[in-house]
Design a protein around this ligand. Sequence first.
Ligand code: GLP
Length: 630
Amino acid sequence: MSILDSPGKQQTQKERYEKTRSVIVKDSTMGCSQLAGEVAGLIRQRQGEKKNVVLGLATGSTPVPFYRELIRLHREEGLSFQNVITFNLDEYHGLQSDHRESYNRFMREQLFDHIDIPNGNINIPDGTVSLDVVYESCLEYEKKIEDAGGIDLQILGIGRTGHIGFNEPGSSRDSRTRMITLDRITRRDAAADFLGEANVPRNAITMGVGTILSAKRLVLMAWGGNKAEIVQEAVEGEVTDRISASFLQDHDNATFLVDEAASSQLTRINLPWLVGSVKWEAKMIQRAVTWLSHRLEKPILRLVDEDYNECGAGELLTVSGRAYNVNIGVFDMVKHTITGWPGGKPGADDAHRPERASPHPKRVLIFSPEPSDAVASLAGTIHRLVEQGHEVKLIVQTSGGLRVPDLAAQKFASVLLEVAELIGDTSSGKEDYAREILVQLQEKGAFGDDPENVRHLKALILRGEVRDAAGICGLDPEAVVFQDLPFYEKGRYRQFQLTDADVEQTSRILAEYQPHQIYATGHLADPSALQTLCYRSIEQAMEQLKDETWVADCRVWLYRGKESEMNSNEIEMAVPMSPDQLDLKREAIRKFQSISQDELDSSVRNQTTARRYDQLGMAEYEAIEAFQRH
Ligand code: GLP
């Protein structure tokens, strides 16, 4: 069935928990090319009928690959947009249309400048209108949509609060285009784009839920594991104004188009035994039993046959025998994920340990996409690896310069200037350098692009912070390697693109260190996220090196970044932390001035993981850092 087909009411047994039709595609590239192909079909069909098509468009990272595909169809297959009228969902209030983060500019850069759509056909809410006329301006927007004949197809993304457009929690089903106040999580998510949360506008103008639901057809796209939970709630949960995307359940022609990672919490994927027969392999059994244990808040070893039956996992017992036997098997599996020896325990029997004992010491590479990622996620594990004698290198993949606030650069330049004046050092160029930075900062203003000098200084500030944080984890300054991947230096958030140079650089580092163990992240993020590109650079470099002998003996452990934690049933190595180690981690994280609240909260997530293990009946630890094997 195609994405644009009307879903009707027929559903398979497996989809019965899904109240909005959901199409799962392998990845965003596949989903976007299918959707773009179908949109192209619609445009051409209307061209044949000499009619217009009205498209509702969205911003954010999600639709970017869809727009790229439309541009390709225009360039390579002659698709014309002359008969297309567009209405965008939303716009920040208070930003000029050429502001680098305005949705107006975003749409021009990502789509309109590259296709032949007539300028007069483009409609985006006006974020520059003054407060006294916002209301009229919103009414006018609604009227324009109506006059165009209504929206034929509305494209949507989904925010982490479950919003569509900017319809934050609390938006009613009948809401129309209006000005809203942005939610804290939404502003936090936009902080990197705006070079700091303080710069993110507080208000936006958005089509209402009612406006969106008036479209004839809705397609909501979601990519990456960070969206998995909210997708599940919106598709399978109750219709509620807490999650505006849940209102799609009330529309008779709406589809969620999700990649595998974003679909991972849907019942048919996450708890497949509830919707049909499954193959009861060890991993599946572990998943079902840990789920049951959490759901009933009963330790694994206390689950009885009735618990399995009542929760829809009775089939497992028919295959595997009594609850008692299944419980013990799973209890052992989970127990064996716990290790205080993330690099393997030398001399010990490693048959049931997550990591092999030899060789010892191991050469370990810890990849950190942004400077603070690795410390925020695995400071405790790094500390243990160093203590246990391994040769650990922290590879900081991008400079992170875009995250450092102007204020930090300003402070640094001012101190340098004062020092130069204090010691009367006028000849070495320090004073000129500091003055130049201060002038450049002032000239560019809060949102201007950083000149190279400023960007470089910001990167240096972060280098100092990384070294301090790494030092707390036991790493010498020489153990920290700065890659400064080129894609980051040339790009901006949401617009980064990986290049061959990035992969080559990563490949050189891997070939030089020939690691036995790698820690990496980004495997589950949105495809255009910085973390994903960093991960792909490792993956592609490993592919290039696959014939080297050391590669066969190298294990890759995946950690989760700031926004999400790992479910107990996904964990393959659990490294426990004592209260002291957790304090140490917090201290290391605090070394980063530009750290986000999500990163600060990572120690809380480690405590949650430990509580979940405790609840399964494992030993009670203060905190746990969790990993999955590649
Ligand atoms: C913003 C936009 C939404 C978008 C959401 C998710 O809030 N107003 O329309 O869906 O971000 O963004 P992303 O696609 O980058 O995850």
